[in-house]
Design a protein. Structure first.
Length: 557
């Protein structure tokens, strides 16, 4: 191809070329942000409990969702690449996100042209408030349902038998990723009903076959799934749906910030929604009709939001990050159908391009905040798991990383025996001992807490005569409350700490932590003997002991 032909193609397909650049930029950003992250929260349920090639592993619901395809993807990656790195999962998630943006581009371009389609795809690619969907591979369930749901809508536009067969297959895949696919099934049913006079009801299989597969799963496994349907949720569902739409608009316009796992609420979305509704009414009065393709996507969007409302519990708020990706995609698709046939002038497109660039720039802020949150969790995760591996000689098989021990509430799925079995089979995602020594301070501190509980390190307190001056390997610790007493190096074994009569003392212990002692016993009585037992483990690094007392103490091994 000559330079002139390339220049001509780029001139005619500038929006498509820029889409390619946006896809490359998004892939670079997402993979860079995901670099070094460990599995998070629900990902551990798959890694710990669904490694076997059994019907239960694939078909058991997660919460109320069918997760057949995500489990299959997880098992495939686990067997190919092991558990040492989560990078393969992030690559697959990123590929799904890029593919979804391409399909949204195609959907919008057919209705209002390539430049608005480019803007829609760019905003979706860098949807920072939906950071959980963009940076957490477990959410490939929601992303996959959206990807194949949009593919189904595009296939239906062929309006022929091949398109219907493809749509049926895409819908089955959408449902196989998560129960969000059921919302798209309602859209397919609406399309069948819309075309029934011209094409009859023979097309009913498009929605019926995937729904029958879902029904078979539900009868066999899904009926025992966790559910939160209630009359109160039904009555409050209109308000929940309104908040969901507003949260999706906020995320698309960079009006949201994140706070822990959720997204900060903004009131601007209500104003934008009001303007949007006014434009819909104005358009209806002028045209008296809308694009027929509006109703399937509108039905799918409504089903998604109402089903979320019916199953609401605390932690599943309308503005939760993991719900914003699907919500934003639906808003973009509905907006494209409402504006179908509208052609924007150069000034409007230029203004839209500037706004899109600003929105993308601002939405990188919550995306970075989400990355930083996941990095902090990664430090705790890898440190806590390293502690279990170090303590594997003596750890109780049922030892669990509860929030009190782990320092985070996102590792409840992990028990020592199952984790160590997985490590033996697929490798370790934990810090090595050398890496743990230079890990972030929060991780090193928590590793000491986990080690103390997993080994376990035990203390026994009693009252007795000091009288240990003649014993071997004893070290005297001078008294002086409020002064920094020296830290003594301890190896595994038995250690006695004897206090002469006097006031209460504090005994502190650390191993990987620096500058602080995560483990301490306060109120140790004067004139008493404390016996400290530290089992042997897989690390050579010594423990460090500090005795804070006004009177003299003696430490003997």
């Amino acid at each position: 191809m000559t330079a002139d032909r390339v220049a001509g193609w780029l001139k005619q397909n500038a929006a498509l070329a820029l889409l390619g650049l946006a896809l490359l930029a998004a892939a670079a950003v997402l993979l860079d942000y995901a670099s070094g992250l460990a599995p998070f929260q629900d990902s551990w349920e798959f890694l710990m409990n669904r490694r076997g090639f059994t019907a239960e592993a694939f078909l058991q619901p997660h919460n109320e969702h069918i997760v057949v395809i995500p489990v299959a993807i997880d098992q495939l990656l686990l067997r190919l690449f092991g558990m040492g790195s989560a990078k393969p999962e992030f690559v697959v998630l990123t590929a799904f996100l890029l593919a979804t943006a391409v399909l949204v581009f195609a959907y919008v371009r057919r209705r209002i042209g390539p430049w608005p389609a480019l803007m829609a795809a760019a905003v979706l690619l860098f949807l920072g408030p939906a950071w959980q969907d963009l940076l957490w591979p477990f959410e490939i369930g929601f992303v996959g349902s959206v990807l194949f749901g949009v593919a189904m809508l595009l296939a239906l536009e062929r309006d022929d038998r091949r398109g219907d067969i493809a749509a049926c297959a895409f819908l089955a895949l959408s449902i196989g990723f998560s129960s969000l696919g059921v919302a798209f099934a309602l859209g397919a049913a609406v399309d069948v009903l819309q075309r029934r006079r011209r094409r009859g009801l023979r097309r009913v299989y498009v929605a019926a076959l995937p729904l029958l597969l879902y029904a078979a799963w539900y009868v066999g496994w899904g009926r025992d799934a966790e559910g939160h349907f209630s009359i109160d949720n039904v009555l409050e569902s209109p308000l929940f749906v309104l908040k969901s739409i507003v949260a999706s608009i906020d995320s698309l316009l960079a009006l949201s910030t994140i706070a822990d796992e959720a997204v900060g609420r903004s009131k601007w979305g209500y104003a934008v929604l009001a303007i949007f509704v006014a434009l819909i009414v104005y358009g209806w009065r002028r045209k008296r009709n809308f694009s027929p393709s509006l109703w399937p996507v509108l039905a799918s969007a409504a089903a998604f939001w109402f089903l979320g409302a019916f199953n609401y519990i605390p932690g599943r708020e309308a503005y939760s990050s993991r719900y914003l990706y699907a919500g934003a995609a639906f808003v973009l698709l509905v907006a494209a159908d409402l504006l179908a046939g509208v052609r924007f002038g150069k000034r409007a497109l230029l203004a839209g391009g500037v706004i899109t660039a600003v929105v993308v720039a601002f939405n990188l802020v919550p995306l970075r905040e989400g990355r930083d949150f996941l990095r902090s969790q990664t430090a705790l995760t890898r440190a806590d798991l390293a502690a279990i591996e170090i303590a594997r000689r003596s750890v109780d098989p049922s030892f669990a990383l509860t929030p009190e021990i782990a320092g985070t509430s996102f590792l409840n799925e992990i028990e020592a025996a199952e984790y160590l079995t997985a490590v033996d089979e697929y490798g370790s995602p934990a810090y090595s001992v050398a890496e743990l020594a230079s890990a972030p301070a929060a991780g090193r501190r928590q590793a000491d807490v986990v080690l103390a509980n997993a080994l376990p390190v035990t203390t026994e307190f009693g009252v007795g005569d000091p009288g240990v001056a003649g014993r071997r390997r004893c070290v005297g610790v001078p008294g002086g409350t409020g002064t920094a007493t020296p830290a003594l190096r301890l190896r595994p074994g038995l250690t006695e700490i004897e206090l002469v009569p006097g006031g209460p003392a504090t005994i502190r212990l650390r191993r990987f932590a620096t500058g602080e002692y995560p483990l301490e016993a306060e109120g140790v009585e004067g004139g008493s003997t404390t016996v400290l037992r530290i089992p042997r483990d897989g690390a050579a690094r010594p423990w460090r002991l500090q005795v804070d007392a006004a009177q003299r103490a003696t430490v003997c091994r």
